[in-house]
Design a protein around this ligand. Structure first.
Ligand SMILES: Cc1cc2nc3c(=O)[nH]c(=O)nc-3n(C[C@H](O)[C@H](O)[C@H](O)COP(=O)(O)OP(=O)(O)OC[C@H]3O[C@@H](n4cnc5c(N)ncnc54)[C@H](O)[C@@H]3O)c2cc1C
Length: 435
């Protein structure tokens, strides 16, 4: 066992957007900061997020923006009010990254990418004196020290304050694997079980349907979670049929409701309106005219312009008696029940629900019963749809935790102290951090 006793004002564990923002805020407050990450480089999920176009935040008015966090809104609102989307855009601008508002109100960097922003951010953090220690897997607390596995060695690090920003459990190959849940739970921290958010769902498709239609998009449809009366009207959008079920933006948008229905009842029903722009009465008339003389496929094509995957889905889901009855068929086109049996695994999800319960944190995001230990980012118990809300909350919570950790560290510091700390084994802030 190899140990060393460096001294940092603030240790940030986890180098995702939340941890980097915590480091930024703490360093800006004058703290001596070190960032530790299990992976060979930081910000891997942030880089992945940039592959499909980095949706940094959203331009809608703040009350609507805050409403996206549903049950976590009371806890997150003060933090996002203090670090609102405009401030996040200004932060990007301070790194030389211009942003623009897309047609949906989503905010993106001009080049849609995250790598340039991350690169410049890391350069600035290093210039602010932040040290980086990659390949340092946090194992837990050992008395007053943080314990890390680094290669074959175990390293202990002391800091006056710590920010844990360990992420959720989706895409574990990028570093956030949720293993911290066991460690923190064992330390008495209340953690809501992690669950997939913005995720796909499993259906029991027939062999024929999945062979012929997996990968097909269902476009211009509307959907809701059947039985969820809190949703005033179906949401429009599109999604994809997969080998195992359904995924895509419309399904992700409903995923928290569908997941809760699954948890409560064991199955959930995705109710689809395949023709949201057509009234039921008009559809009824159109199908009635075609009835009797033609096949169901022809009736659907001529009466409702339904072909391809939409027609196949009707045949997949509905009994023959419904397909043969124009009134029942019309009603089913407007409210087609697709039964979901499970969420896809959390490893595939865009984000994670559950995490460190806000009830166990003070307003500075410090853990009750663990003075000087703060938490930030996706590891906290909140969820939000895609649209830039995820990163916005990560940045806002990172900002709060980092600033508060710096204040805590300053109070804990003796009036005069040596800054000649020995770095832990393997520490570096050079090339292998480059995105
Ligand atoms: C495909 C995809 C696309 C996305 N696109 C967007 C988007 O466009 N807009 C948006 O708002 N959000 C998007 N997200 C979500 C967003 O990337 C995350 O919400 C965000 O990265 C979470 O930030 P975080 O800092 O809390 O955690 P993470 O980014 O997960 O970082 C956590 C860090 O902690 C480290 N770590 C974990 N455990 C340990 C340990 N024991 N010891 C040391 N280090 C540890 C990890 O290595 C990791 O670097 C996307 C996610 C995915 C998967």
């Amino acid at each position: 066992m190899k140990t060393s006793q460096p001294e940092f004002d603030v240790a940030v564990v986890g180098g995702g957007p939340a941890g980097l923002m915590a480091a930024d805020a703490a360093a800006a407050a004058g703290a001596k900061v070190a960032v530790f990450d299990a992976m060979p480089s930081v910000g891997r999920k942030f880089l992945l997020a940039g592959k499909g176009g980095l949706n940094l935040t959203h331009s809608e008015l703040l009350p609507a923006f805050l409403g996206r966090f549903e049950a976590a809104q009371p806890a997150l609102a003060p933090l996002i009010n203090d670090y609102p989307p405009d401030q996040l855009r200004a932060f990007a601008q301070s790194l030389g990254i211009d942003t623009f508002v897309g047609s949906s109100g989503r905010v993106f960097p001009q080049d849609m990418k995250s790598a340039p922003m991350l690169r410049r951010w890391l350069q600035r953090l290093r210039a602010q004196g932040v040290s980086f220690f990659v390949r340092h897997r946090w194992l837990g607390f050992e008395k007053n020290a943080l314990q890390f596995a680094h290669g074959d060695a175990i390293t202990q690090v002391t800091a006056r304050a710590t920010v844990l920003a360990l992420g959720g459990a989706s895409w574990p190959q990028l570093g956030s694997d949720g293993r911290w849940v066991e460690t923190l739970s064992a330390a008495g921290v209340a953690v809501t079980p992690l669950a997939p958010a913005n995720c796909g769902f499993e259906c029991e498709w027939s062999e024929f349907f999945k062979t012929h239609f997996a990968g097909e998009p269902l476009k211009a449809v509307a959907a809701r979670c059947k039985g969820d009366e809190s949703m005033p009207k179906p949401r429009r959008g599109e999604f994809i049929v997969t080998e195992s079920g359904v995924e895509g933006s419309l399904v992700y948008a409903l995923s928290s409701r569908l997941r809760r229905a699954l948890q409560a009842r064991g199955v959930a029903t995705l109710e689809l309106d395949l023709l949201p722009d057509t009234e039921l009465a008009a559809l009824n008339r159109a199908l009635a005219i075609q009835a009797g003389k033609r096949s169901v496929a022809e009736q659907l094509r001529r009466g409702a312009a339904i072909t391809g995957v939409k027609a196949a889905l009707l045949r997949e889901v509905l009994p023959k008696s419904t397909l043969a009855n124009p009134a029942l068929l019309a009603a089913a086109i407007k409210a087609l029940p697709v039964t979901l049996h499970a969420t896809r695994p959390i490893a595939e999800a865009i984000s994670t629900a559950g995490g460190v319960a806000f009830a166990g944190l003070d307003e500075q995001l410090m853990l009750s019963g663990h003075p000087g230990i703060f938490c930030a980012g996706e590891m906290l118990d909140w969820e939000a749809p895609t649209g830039g809300y995820l990163l916005s909350a990560c940045f806002a919570t990172g900002q709060r935790a980092g600033a508060a950790a710096a204040v805590w560290a300053a109070k804990a510091a003796p009036k005069k102290r040596s800054r000649k700390a020995k770095p832990p084994a393997g520490g570096n802030d050079s090339t292998d951090l480059a995105p």
